[in-house]
Design a protein around this ligand. Structure first.
Ligand SMILES: [Zn+2]
Length: 255
């Protein structure tokens, strides 16, 4: 399915009528090890929690790389200054991954500054790409779940760019599957100017409850756990409802 969109209308997004997208089984993913790249601690669960659980149930090796430290979610909290918030968010990731079946030894935190993951052209882009090259060489993933290149959040786009650059440098050619997060937010949704050969849904109906448990593990993002920062971030019920379906949406080029 080619979804090149040229009229610039957000209504043209593949997310407008997701039930029309083809539904595939986890058996569509036949290679391992798997790598899931999360720009922030929680993106891996929101975007790919169902896939992670299903892949672990099949006995696949799944590695999680969390790019940023997540400390900008509550920048003014006295109870949770940056170092405490970083620790909290890392512990939430470990907890969520335990629920989905991922061992702590398969989780890596790069701890890049939240809100400043270097985009192409930024001063520290190259250093970060080199760091990710070393990680790729260690993990040798044959399938990568990456944030969508067109996600409205700059950290998500930057994470995609870093990994594309690292893959070019290492000449490693895994299957790359992109997942959307902030495209779900109608206020932020970007027009779809890119084209993917495939946009599809993964059937996650067997692990919906498990994924919801893992999302709940992110208490700092879903509850009033941190209640002393009026500017603090919280995932809205509406946003969370986008990740409660018995399927997940993925986009990719032909492989
Ligand atoms: Zn994010």
């Amino acid at each position: 399915m080619n979804l090149t969109v040229t009229d610039g209308s957000p209504l043209s997004s593949p997310f407008s009528n997701p039930q029309l997208l083809p539904l595939r089984s986890i058996a569509d993913i036949t290679a391992e090890p798997i790598l899931v790249i999360a720009p922030h601690p929680d993106d891996e669960t929101l975007g790919c929690g169902g896939a992670i659980a299903l892949l672990k149930q099949r006995g696949y090796a799944v590695n999680i790389l969390v790019m940023s430290d997540g400390t900008q979610s509550h920048p003014n909290s006295q109870k949770y200054p940056a170092s405490a918030l970083k620790d909290l968010r890392e512990s939430e990731t470990r907890c969520a991954m335990k629920i989905l079946g991922v061992e702590p030894t398969h989780i890596t935190f790069l701890a890049l500054p939240d809100g400043a993951v270097p985009e192409f052209g930024a001063a520290d882009f190259k250093t970060t790409v080199n760091q990710c090259c070393r990680y790729l060489t260690d993990v040798n993933p044959n399938v990568i779940f990456a944030p969508c290149r067109a996600d409205p959040h700059p950290d998500h786009r930057a994470a995609y760019q870093i990994f594309q650059a690292a893959l070019a440098q290492t000449r490693w050619c895994p299957r790359v599957i992109e997942y959307p997060i902030w495209d779900w937010d109608l206020k932020q949704r970007q027009p779809y100017m890119q084209s993917w050969q495939q946009v599809w849904r993964l059937d996650t109906s067997k692990v919906v409850a498990l994924k919801q448990q893992a999302i709940v593990a992110y208490r700092s993002q879903t509850t009033d756990l941190i209640d002393d920062d009026p500017t603090g971030f919280r995932l809205t019920p509406q946003m969370l409802s986008n990740f409660a379906h018995p399927w997940e949406i993925y986009l990719e080029e032909n492989h």
